[in-house]
Every structure is written in C-alpha cells, then in structure tokens.
Write a protein that binds this ligand. Structure first.
Ligand code: G6Q
Length: 551
C-alpha cells in the first residue's frame, strides 16, 4: 500500500501547515465576515458548525485532495456494495444494510441480504409488541417488565448508550438493565433490583462464546432456575441475540427466541441489528425504526454528497489535520445533554477499536504518521468543573466536539437556557481566549493593586485558538440520535481509509484474553509460580498468598 504520507496532497498539507500553525482563529474570523456561513452545514435538524477551526478554504481543498488521493469514494462504494473490505477477517462490512430503508437490494456474494434483515425486524416487532401488550409472560404467568441485557463491548455499549439517551421515549413499565463486567458486582447488583417472575434476560453475544457474557449469563440462569426450581423456566425468561444458533440452543433458549444476524455486522457497529433488541423493547419498535431512519439519512448524505458539503468527510479530515499535522493526540466529545452521558464511552470503542491500529491493510508497519486519536469526554456542564481547565490553558491542543439539543425534554425553569449558554460560551472561550491586555484591564477595573495584577495576570491569560466543532440539533429524539451515531461511524471509516488501515478488525483484544486464560488456571491454588516476568510473577504470587491468609 502506498503510504498516505507520500501523496502530493499530504506534502502540500505539510507545507500549508507551516503557514497555518501560527494563525489564530480569532484573526481568521476578522479576515472573513462570512466565515460562519462558509464553514457550517445543515443536515435535517442538525447544524454542524466547523468555523472555529484552524482552517481556511485552502486547508479544506488540500484535505479533500488527500481524501481523493486515498480513493475514498471507491472505498465507500465497496463498503456499501458488500465487498469484503474487512480483509483480515475476510468479511463484508454492512451495518449500513441494517438501516437501508430504501427498497434497493444489497448484495453479499450475489445474495440480497435485505429480505433476511426485514424478517429480523419483523420478528423483533412481533416480540416487542407481545411483551408490551403483556401477552408474553414468564414462567409464573406474570408479564415480563424488567429487561436485563447481558453482553459486553459491541453487544453492550451501543444498546446501553442509546437506551440511556432515549430515556424520555421509554415504554411505560419497562425497565432495562445492562450487565457487562465480569466483576460479579455487576450482575449481582442488577439481580438485586429485579424479581425472577418479571425478568427477561437478553444474552447478546455475536459469538456466544465471550467469557464475560457467558459467565454472567450462566450466573443469571442459575439464579432463575434456583428461584423456580425448574430448568424449563429458562425457555420463558431468556432470549438470545447471536450468530451462533447452535450454542444458544445448547444454553436452553427456545428457537423462537433466538434473534440472529450475520458476520458482516461488526460488534461495535451492531446496535442497528438484533443486538438492538434491548433498545426496541425499551423504546418500542417504531422508535427503534426511527433510529434506523435517522442513520439511513446520513448514509445517503455520506454516499451522495460532494466532499465539500459532506459532514462525516469534513469531521474526518479535520481530525486528520489535527492528528497528523498539528500532532494532536486526543479528541474530546462534550455533549451538553445528560442523556448522552454514555456517548463518549460508546465512541471510545467505535473509534479506538476501529482505528487504533499500527499496521496498514497490507500488514506493513505504519511509519511516519499516527493513526486513531484517544477519544474521551463527559457531558457539559459537569466537565467544565473538572477537566476543561486543561483544554483551555494546558499545553496540549485538544480538538473538541460540542453537541447540544436546542430543546429539552422537560423545559423546567431556566435550566436549558443556562445549559445552552454554557455550551456556546465554552467554544467561544476556547477559540477567542483572553489576552494579557484584556486580563490587566479587567483586573484594574476590579480594583486589584499593581503588584497583584503583575503576579496574577499571567495565570489568567487564555491563549485561545483551541479548535472545536459544534453540533446543534432540535431535540434528542431517536431519528436525531441515529443521525449523530452514523455521522461518527462514517467519520471513523473515512479516517481509516486515509490512514490505510482496516477499521473493522480488533486483534488488539486477543493477547490479554490468552494470557488471562493461563493466569486463571494459575490462580487456582496457593502454590507459587515462576512462569512470567518478575512483575507478573510477583503480582500473581501475591494474589495466590491471599488464598492462605487474609492480606
Ligand atoms: C466489537 C468487538 C467486541 C465485541 C465483544 C463482544 O467490535 O468485536 O467489542 O463486540 O467482544 O463479543 P460478542 O458479541 O461475540 O460476545
């Protein structure tokens, strides 16, 4: 694979960076009164403002030239067209087919996958309706109202984030819980809150072999069987979402209660598939389909819009600009919505598991450029009272995304106006900063002495020039959430293409799993071992000693 760093567009960006690196966004606004208009876009109810970036039209032209040189359009068509672009696993990448709301077919190896997708949606609709109408009952005849989703990674983070984000759309009487961690506290704390008679467990696992999920599922199964003293209760209280239908049957799950999907749905892209069953049960199938509709509208936008007006392409190329030319290491996700409090955690997996790679698609070690950034964040305004200090006055450049709904679901007093004012103020402060002159003038007005001013003023200076994008949307509803997630998914895809990596495998999670298997066996007794490095031996032996004594 040709390194992107060898493309003329990359080299032109390096040269351009030399002229841009000392520019200040404040000056760019002064030079161009149309800047907001020039660098903002509207997609349905989402306004995307990217004018507070260290860019000019030339920057964007060069970035789009890089996208073109990387054959982005060709790769996009390969993905949507069902080609096996996940080369290391020899799989197609078709989460977009799951939300293809058109009547157009999508082929994998000559077979249209759409009929099966629609069948699964119908099955999900039937099941959720039965449950909501209280026609689906548990072992003792009580309706099932507590939903415990047992899954991890891609089989947990998406459904947990979406269900949380769409709390106002919850079907009355349904209470979802999410159990992922192998730490027994997670399952035990969930089980404390539910009654076996009214609980439905969804075992969500693509492979149905994941250690954490299977261990938690077996613990839940024992809890249920103990409560009823009857194995046959399992068939009423457990459903499975998996591609491994033989393992689900072995677990005791009734064939009617198995929801399947295909291997071309990657775990972290699977909330649109039957893995979204917990979402559908929590908010209803109509709302789940609105989520798909929202994502579909972004798929169409991404596929059909020229780079200049293409929001995911612009998001991605801005990320490339900062990561590869300014040396930014991280990217902050700052939603001004408490309902989006799992959004950053969700995007951490989506982005970092996809683009945290050090070899290119051909297996050659990447040299000369960095790949996926560290993604992190918390909702505002909480973050403002915690880590924003570093974004404002630290030594690192941290590009940030602000996201905020224009309308609250509650509209209580001035809460929402205050929330919005903070969101808008933060991006303004990051961009503009506050100069020494401004600080000194302020301090004089506030009555500080000359000596105090001299001492304190440097600490109060904000350099500004900190880049951010802002996404404003009408209300956090299923459709808009679907759009937001899909925008980030495609942003991740575009960056993977530019960096020449496979964004759809995840070998990096394997080594730890293998070593854990070995250590699990070694932890069985107190006999000291010496089979690892001295640190790991020391730690294992320390744990082993706790078997004999109370440490
Ligand atoms: C996601 C990863 C990973 C996966 C979990 C759970 O893209 O593949 O996070 O989702 O390891 O896997 P199972 O669904 O197979 O249990």
């Amino acid at each position: 694979m040709t390194s992107p760093a060898s493309f003329p567009a990359w080299k032109a960006l390096l040269t351009h960076h030399q002229t841009m690196k000392n520019s200040h966004i404040r000056d760019l606004f002064e030079q161009d009164s149309d800047r907001f208009k020039r660098f903002s876009l509207q997609l349905d109810d989402i306004l995307f403002d990217y004018s507070k970036h260290r860019i000019t039209e030339e920057t964007m032209t060069l970035l789009f030239a890089l996208a073109k040189a990387s054959e982005l359009t060709g790769w996009t068509e390969k993905m949507f067209g069902g080609e096996r672009i996940n080369s290391a696993e020899n799989r197609a990448v078709l989460h977009t087919a799951l939300r293809n709301r058109s009547s157009k077919p999508v082929y994998v190896d000559g077979n249209d996958v759409m009929p099966e997708i629609r069948q699964t949606l119908d099955k999900m609709r039937n099941f959720t309706q039965h449950l909501h109408n209280r026609e689906y009952q548990g072992f003792t005849g009580e309706p099932l109202t507590n939903i415990v989703n047992i899954g991890i990674g891609g089989s947990d983070l998406g459904p947990a984030m979406v269900t949380r984000a769409l709390t106002p759309y919850r079907i009355q009487g349904i209470q979802p819980y999410f159990v992922s961690n192998i730490d027994d506290s997670h399952i035990m704390e969930a089980l404390k809150q539910v009654r076996p008679e009214t609980t439905l467990f969804i075992v969500a696992s693509k492979t149905f072999t994941t250690q954490e999920t299977m261990t938690n599922a077996h613990t839940a199964r024992r809890w249920l069987v103990n409560a009823f003293g009857n194995e046959s209760a399992v068939a009423r209280h457990f459903v499975a979402v998996s591609t491994n239908t033989s393992a689900t049957a072995e677990f005791g799950i009734h064939p009617d209660n198995i929801f399947s999907f295909r291997d071309w749905v990657g775990g972290r892209y699977s909330l649109w598939s039957a893995i979204g069953l917990s979402i559908a049960i929590s908010i209803g199938m109509d709302a789940f389909e609105e989520l798909l509709d929202g994502a579909f509208s972004v798929d169409c936008h991404f596929r059909d819009t020229p780079y200049e007006n293409n929001i995911p392409v612009i998001m991605a190329m801005l990320g490339i600009w900062y990561a590869n030319f300014f040396g930014a290491e991280t990217h902050a996700i700052l939603p001004y919505s408490q309902y989006l409090d799992r959004f950053a955690a969700y995007l951490q997996q989506a982005d970092m598991e996809s683009n945290g790679k050090r070899t290119d698609r051909d297996g050659i070690i990447i040299n000369g450029y960095t790949t996926g950034p560290v993604i992190w964040g918390e909702p505002g305004t909480n973050g403002q009272h915690a880590f924003y200090q570093l974004i404002h006055q630290g030594t690192r450049l941290i590009p940030a995304d602000f996201l905020a709904p224009l309308h609250s679901h509650h509209d209580i007093g001035d809460h929402h106006r205050i929330l919005l004012s903070h969101c808008l103020a933060q991006s303004e402060a990051l961009m503009k900063g506050k100069s020494l002159n401004e600080v000194v003038t302020d301090m004089k007005h506030s009555g500080y002495s000359e000596t105090q001013t001299q001492q304190i003023a440097p600490h109060k200076v904000f350099p500004g020039n900190r880049s951010s994008s802002t996404f404003l949307f009408s209300k956090l509803n299923p459709r808009t959430l679907g759009r937001l997630i899909a925008l980030y998914e495609h942003k991740i895809f575009v960056q993977g293409i530019i960096w020449g990596i496979n964004s759809f495998d995840q070998w990096g999670v394997e080594l730890g799993k293998q070593l854990a298997g070995k250590i699990f066996n070694e932890l069985v007794d107190a006999k000291p071992i010496n089979t690892h490095d001295p640190s790991t031996n020391g730690l294992i032996n320390y744990c082993k000693r706790s078997k004999d004594t109370t440490i």
